[in-house]
Design a protein around this ligand. Structure first.
Ligand SMILES: C[S@@+](CC[C@H](N)C(=O)[O-])C[C@H]1O[C@@H](n2cnc3c(N)ncnc32)[C@H](O)[C@@H]1O
Length: 244
């Protein structure tokens, strides 16, 4: 079946955004995009994609038994590099008894890694049936089918209350839209986001990880943000003092 080019969906390139929006350091400073920024969005042609990493959205694709896609995803599929996945699980202090939800799970790598390395139950949600199919295949290859669940579902319809760890690789504005759902997490739950902050909520800490992006030939800085529940609302900025 014909593959739709990404441009057909008017989607935003995550990797380009990651480099154009500098993260805030814990003291509120911003820093410039990393020197190793990937090429601009136009250069993100599928031709530069690493083997094994499919980055095209597959609205018309036959996803082998999964129901058709209900609507266009809010962000394109870009996988998190494996060493960034490891960092996300490490900083979230994922341990036995935790239940992890990955919102927009792509090929299921975060869910499958958490189940395989830490033996926990993990759930992945994605609108794209092709991604759900890949996730299930990856879970089978890793021998963790008994620990993981993948559901073709809009992340904004997911009840997060059973989760103790939530992982995100979305967009800053999607992170913000998730705040009402994230506020329902149990106290002590952790939220980890690859590359993007969540405006209005104060993070605990952020880290830098160097990794090759699947859409760029060079290594770049990836960012990992951690929040804990109950979420701490960022106080509004004080208005500038009036000049006398
Ligand atoms: C950047 S990828 C991240 C994949 C994976 N979490 C990772 O880090 O490797 C974002 C994923 O979110 C999915 N997505 C976008 N909007 C969605 C929505 N509203 N509901 C469910 N999935 C969505 C896309 O199909 C895509 O697979």
């Amino acid at each position: 079946m014909r593959r739709l080019p990404l441009a057909a969906f008017g989607l935003v390139s995550l990797a380009a955004l990651a480099c154009s929006r500098a993260p805030r350091s814990p003291d509120g400073e911003t820093r410039p995009p990393p020197a190793s920024s990937p090429a601009p969005p136009d250069a993100f042609a599928a031709s530069s994609v690493d083997a094994g990493a499919s980055t095209e959205t597959t609205a018309l694709e036959d996803a082998g038994g999964e129901p058709p896609m209900e609507r266009t995803p809010d962000i394109e599929y870009v996988p998190t590099p494996e060493n960034v996945v490891d960092k996300m699980l490490e900083v979230a202090n994922v341990k036995k008894g935790d239940v992890l939800y990955d919102l927009g799970c792509g090929d299921g790598r975060i869910v499958v890694t958490a189940a395989k390395k830490l033996g926990i139950k993990a759930y992945g949600f994605d609108l794209d049936p092709q991604r759900i199919k890949e996730s299930k295949e990856n879970a089978k290859s890793a021998g963790v089918e008994h620990l993981v669940t993948f559901e073709q579902k809009d992340i904004f319809d997911v009840d997060l209350s059973p989760a103790t760890v939530v992982t995100l690789y979305l967009l800053p504005e999607l992170n913000v839209r998730l705040i009402p759902q994230l506020e329902k997490l149990k106290p002590g739950s952790r939220i980890v986001s690859h590359d993007f902050d969540m405006e209005g909520v104060t993070y605990e800490k952020w880290w830098t990880v160097i990794a090759k992006d699947h859409q760029t030939p060079r290594d770049r800085e990836h960012y990992v943000y951690l929040w804990k529940t109950p979420l701490r609302k960022t106080p509004p900025a004080k208005p500038p003092a009036k000049k006398k």
